[in-house]
Write a protein of this length. Sequence first.
Length: 95
Amino acid sequence: MPTFITLLNFTDQGIKAVKDSPDRLQAFKAAAEKMDVKVKDVYYTVGSYDMVTVVEGTGEAVTAALLKVGSQGNVRTQTMRGFSVDEMKKIIATI
């Protein structure tokens, strides 16, 4: 299953209600699961980003889940496709 790493920042709305963030995260996990997206890891961070998530699912399912969470107005996301070492070895073998 493809892996995606998402960097998140709170919006003004999201930081005003930061105390609700853990509850919003639980709601996201439940919604993502219903959309066939597995939330593997979540970290709250300091620095340029407020959170980092690692999820697995098809590109379409992950995109839909992130659009859904983004449409709620609490976070903005940047998402990257992640590759394991084994996946990268297979990719490199084709060049």
